[in-house]
Design a protein around this ligand. Structure first.
Ligand SMILES: [Zn+2]
Ligand SMILES: [Zn+2]
Ligand SMILES: [Zn+2]
Ligand SMILES: [Zn+2]
Ligand SMILES: [Zn+2]
Length: 569
């Protein structure tokens, strides 16, 4: 048992975790899982984008760094170009000062890449943490998408709007966690479904409406079979009217909460795992939204990795990594982020490409034996690194809540290139401005948020589904009052699908979708099944216990694998 140095809560470390930290030659964590995640999330801005200039070629660019960021920001061409060298800013290590304040100095000088997306994106300026996007707008953390807008975590999707976590899907709207779906709207957890609306946990279904837990069904409304003609008539009536759409949405949420059966976790082809949305994983604990993990702890969005812990967005055969994010093919990297293309044995590095044996470096490409971007010989490096770690173990880095040792901790929050409210930390661990400032973390007044500039006063105006001139108007979000606009591609989508123009801004819509997904956190819970199953005939309730993302005080019926399978097949 240990006390979290940030939130003071008690947290447990399993023997397996202890062994892991020992194997990597670092100390056990001083922060609980949530505080460790929060600290890393504070270094990742996914959704706040700004217009600014490239500090090298002066071209107008879209960037996740605001125009007044204290370090240079380069467009893709300039960042990847050879007109600058991060080694030009090399610093001598100073053993009289805390290591982290020297890292802070270095990172003020090194140019950062405007966005984290790759140059293989086509006609998609406003996308971040995304690769191979074509004609996309406000798409985040996605890959291989075309004509997708206002969405995140999409892989291989086409013509989707307002969706979260979709794979190989097309023509979908306002849906989360779906796979291989076509023309699915207002739905959650569908697989291989076609033309379904307001559905939850269905597979191989077509033309289903407001239904749940169905397999291989057609023309069902509220889980009852209809004739195709009656089905069409009923569905058209609801879909063509905004107020019945809204009422149906609320009915859908209620049905999920009180009627549907929820499997405790989605674990497919897994062996000895704890977590949710896991595929082909072995010995993976407290992990989520991941594939092919082997011997891992505390991983979110991992893919094909081995022996890694406390990391997110880590892919492509990464091995023995700890506390890193946005990393591919790395080996033995700790406490860093955005290090790409097979970095090896790096500590406290970020934005490095194909580097080995580096410590406290930023923006280096193809380097070895560097500390604070300064080149050393192999012998010097090995001797110095030991001295630096020694120094970091002793040093006190002043933070506002007290003092902390440096070695074995992720970069402290104030070293983030972003303000807290620009980052994922504020999405998953939201805090008020005063709380953030009182902890000495950054906060940014959002100049991008416009209010009071609306050209349409009455939101009833939007109830007319066939609007054509809406793209020239400025609208006002009925929830947060923020002004927003409708882009042409978006309007085309609404008209094609006979959907009303939304009354909420894209950020409020994102929050509504996020609320449909469970938190990436596990609670112990007992199977809620009280049905007459032979496995537990003697007891009123199935006694199977599991770890689930459904908090025990939630209302849903959460079943173990066996009870779920007895009911849904
Ligand atoms: Zn904590
Ligand atoms: Zn440039
Ligand atoms: Zn809003
Ligand atoms: Zn059960
Ligand atoms: Zn049962």
């Amino acid at each position: 048992m240990a006390y979290c140095r940030n939130c003071q809560k008690v947290f447990e470390l399993s023997q397996k975790e202890r062994d892991f930290y020992h194997k990597l030659g670092t100390k056990e964590p001083s922060h609980c899982f949530d505080c460790r995640m929060q600290r890393k999330y504070a270094f990742r801005n996914e959704r706040k984008l700004y217009n600014r200039q490239c500090d090298s070629c002066q071209q107008q660019i879209v960037s996740m760094y605001s125009a007044d960021a204290p370090f240079p920001v380069y467009c893709f061409n300039c960042w990847w170009g050879d007109r600058w060298d991060a080694a030009d800013h090399a610093q001598e290590i100073d053993f009289d000062r805390p290591f982290f304040s020297q890292v802070a100095e270095l990172q003020q000088k090194i140019p950062r890449m405007c966005l984290t997306s790759t140059s293989d994106c086509v006609n998609s300026l406003y996308v971040n943490w995304t690769d191979r996007a074509k004609n996309c707008y406000l798409l985040y953390s996605s890959s291989l998408c075309e004509d997708c807008h206002y969405s995140e975590i999409l892989v291989d999707c086409r013509d989707c709007l307002d969706c979260t976590s979709l794979k190989e899907s097309e023509n979908c709207y306002f849906s989360v966690d779906c796979q291989k779906c076509y023309n699915v709207k207002f739905s959650r957890n569908l697989k291989n479904c076609l033309d379904c609306n307001f559905c939850f946990d269905c597979a191989d279904c077509q033309n289903c409406f407001l239904s749940y837990n169905l397999r291989h069904q057609q023309y069902c409304i509220r889980n009852v079979k209809f004739s195709p003609q009656n089905y069409e008539a009923e569905v058209n009536k609801i879909m063509s009217d905004r107020s019945s759409l809204l009422a149906t949405w609320h009915e859908f949420l209620k049905t999920m909460e009180y009627e549907a059966i929820h499997k405790f976790a989605n674990q497919v082809k897994c062996d000895e795992v704890e977590g949710d949305e896991l595929y082909a994983c072995q010995r993976a604990y407290n992990s989520f939204d991941s594939r092919e993990l082997q011997d891992c702890f505390n991983i979110i969005y991992g893919d094909k990795i081995k022996d890694c812990a406390d990391s997110f967005a880590i892919v492509d055969y990464s091995e023995r990594c700890l506390e890193v994010f946005s990393s591919n093919g790395g080996y033995q990297n700790m406490y860093g982020y955005a290090n790409w293309d097979n970095c090896e044995s790096t500590n406290y590095c970020n934005s490095c490409i194909s580097c080995r044996d580096c410590f406290g470096c930023i923006g280096l490409k193809h380097k070895q034996y560097c500390i604070l971007n300064k080149q050393y010989t192999e012998e010097e490096y090995k001797r110095l690194v030991n001295r630096v770690i020694n120094h970091m173990q002793k040093a006190d880095y002043p933070t506002q809540g007290g003092k902390t040792e440096e070695w074995g901790e992720f970069y402290p929050m104030p070293l983030s290139p972003f303000a807290y409210n620009e980052t994922m930390a504020n999405i998953y661990y939201p805090l008020k401005k005063e709380e953030v400032l009182s902890r000495g973390w950054g906060w940014r007044e959002d100049n991008n948020i416009l209010t009071g500039k609306e050209t349409v006063e009455d939101d009833i105006y939007l109830d007319n589904i066939e609007l054509t001139d809406i793209t020239t108007q400025v609208l006002k979000c009925v929830d947060c009052s923020r002004n927003y606009k409708i882009i042409k591609q978006e309007l085309d989508f609404y008209q094609k699908h006979h959907l009303p123009v939304p009354k909420f801004c894209s950020e409020c819509r994102f929050k509504q979708r996020l609320a449909l997904r469970n938190p990436r956190k596990l609670w112990p819970r007992q199977c809620g099944c009280i049905l007459d199953h032979e496995e537990h005939q003697q007891q009123a309730q199935c006694s199977t216990r599991f770890k689930t993302t459904y908090q025990p005080n939630r209302n849903e019926k959460v079943y173990c694998q066996e009870c779920y399978q007895k009911e849904i097949y």
